[in-house]
Design a protein around this ligand. Structure first.
Ligand code: ASP
Length: 337
C-alpha cells in the first residue's frame, strides 16, 4: 500500500510535467479532437448509430480539451464515450474470443514526455483506456496485461463487473457467425469485427496525445493481442511529429509498424501527415494484402484521415466545426455552436 501511495505522488509530479511549457505568441494551432470508430466492412444498417457515436465522442473530447486544456483528458474521455457505446468494439460492445470471453486491449500516450500506458487481456471493466492511463501515472511500469492489470484496476477502485456482464447478444451472434465461416473456409477470410475506437488531439501549443481501445477480434484465440496497445504499431504520440491511432488488420499493422512509420515520414521528410498516412497504408496493404485505417494529427494541427478498407468511421471537432465521414472522400460538416 505504502509503495502504491509513493507511486501516486510520483504520478502527480508526472502529470504536472506532462503539460509542456506553452508560449502562445505566434501559434495558430486550433485545438482539435479527432476520433475513429474502426475500419472494415461496416454494414449500411449500422451507419446512423456509428455516425452519432463518433460525432458525440469528438464533441465530448473537444469540450474536455476546451475546459481542462489537457490533450490527455480529451483523448481519454472521447474514448470513454465510445467504450460505453454498444455500437463499437471496445468496453461494452467488445468482441468475444473463441471461448466467448471478453479480453480487451488499450493504450494511451502523451507526446510531451513520451509518457504512455498500455493494457492487454483485461476483462469486466468498461474503461480499459482509463486503466492504461492509471498504469502510466500510478505504477513504475508502462504495460501490464491480464491478472496484473486487473489488480491495478481493483486497487484504483474500478467497478469490476460480474463475469460475463460485457457479453452482449450482438457479440454472441457475431461469434456464432464467425464460427460458421471458419468451418467453411478453414480460417481464410474470417478476420474482422469493425469497431475499434481511437482518438488523437492537439492543443494550441502543439501538445499531442493518442488513445486506442479495442475488445479484440471476434473468435480470436485466448491471449491474442493486436496492434492497438502496442506503441508504434497501433498507437503513438510525439510532440515533435504528431499523434496517430490505427485500426484494421492488427497482425499486419504490428508487423509493418504502421504508426511509427507515418510519424517518421512526417518528421524526416516534407510529407504532410495525410500524404504519409496514404503512403504507409498503401505500402502495408500491398505487402500483406490486408487493410487498415488511421487518424492522425501532426504537431502543427494538420489532420490525416486515411483508410484502405471499405469504410472507416471518423469525426473531429475544431472550433465550431464538426466533421464526420465513413466512406472514402466523405466529409459531412455541421456547425455546432
Ligand atoms: N486493429 C485491431 C486488432 O487487430 C482490429 C481493428 O481495428 O479492427 O486488434
Amino acid at each position: 500500500m505504502l509503495q502504491y501511495l509513493r507511486i501516486s505522488v510520483v504520478s502527480l509530479i508526472l502529470s504536472i510535467n506532462l503539460r509542456q511549457a506553452c508560449n502562445l505568441v505566434g501559434t495558430s494551432i486550433q485545438p482539435t479532437v479527432l476520433v475513429h470508430g474502426g475500419s472494415g466492412n461496416i454494414a449500411d444498417i449500422k451507419l446512423p448509430k456509428i455516425r452519432l457515436g463518433v460525432k458525440r465522442a469528438a464533441r465530448i473530447g473537444h469540450d474536455v480539451l476546451q475546459r481542462t486544456g489537457s490533450v490527455l483528458d480529451a483523448v481519454e474521455q472521447a474514448v470513454n464515450s465510445l467504450e460505453e457505446d454498444i455500437n463499437f468494439n471496445a468496453g461494452y460492445g467488445s468482441a468475444l474470443t473463441y471461448e466467448s470471453q471478453v479480453e480487451m486491449d488499450a493504450a494511451i500516450m502523451h507526446g510531451a514526455q513520451l509518457e504512455a500506458g498500455c493494457v492487454s487481456l483485461v476483462r469486466d471493466i468498461i474503461h480499459p483506456i482509463t486503466l492504461a492511463r492509471r498504469i502510466m501515472e500510478n505504477t513504475r511500469h508502462r504495460y501490464l496485461a491480464g491478472e496484473g492489470a486487473m489488480r491495478i484496476a481493483a486497487a484504483e477502485g474500478f467497478d469490476i463487473l460480474p463475469k460475463g456482464a460485457l457479453v452482449t447478444t450482438a457479440s454472441l451472434e457475431s461469434l456464432a457467425k464467425f464460427k460458421k465461416i471458419l468451418n467453411k473456409t478453414g480460417g481464410s477470410n474470417s478476420y474482422g469485427s469493425p469497431g475499434t475506437v481511437g482518438a488523437v488531439a492537439v492543443d494550441a501549443c502543439g501538445n499531442v496525445a493518442a488513445a486506442t481501445s479495442i475488445g479484440g477480434i471476434t473468435g480470436k484465440l485466448p491471449g491474442r493481442i493486436g496492434d492497438s496497445p502496442v506503441l508504434g504499431a497501433g498507437t503513438y504520440a510525439d510532440n515533435e511529429s504528431g499523434a496517430v491511432s490505427a485500426t484494421g488488420h492488427g497482425e499486419s499493422i504490428m508487423r509493418f509498424n504502421v504508426v511509427s512509420r507515418v510519424l517518421a515520414l512526417v518528421h524526416h521528410s516534407n510529407c504532410t501527415i495525410q500524404q504519409a498516412a496514404a503512403q504507409v497504408l498503401g505500402e502495408m496493404t500491398k505487402r500483406f494484402n490486408e487493410t487498415a485505417g488511421i487518424i492522425a494529427i501532426d504537431h502543427r494541427g494538420q489532420l490525416g484521415i486515411y483508410f484502405t478498407s471499405q469504410r472507416m468511421s471518423w469525426a473531429y471537432q475544431r472550433g465550431a466545426e464538426l466533421h464526420c465521414g465513413v466512406d472514402p472522400d466523405e466529409d459531412e460538416f455541421e456547425n455546432v455552436i
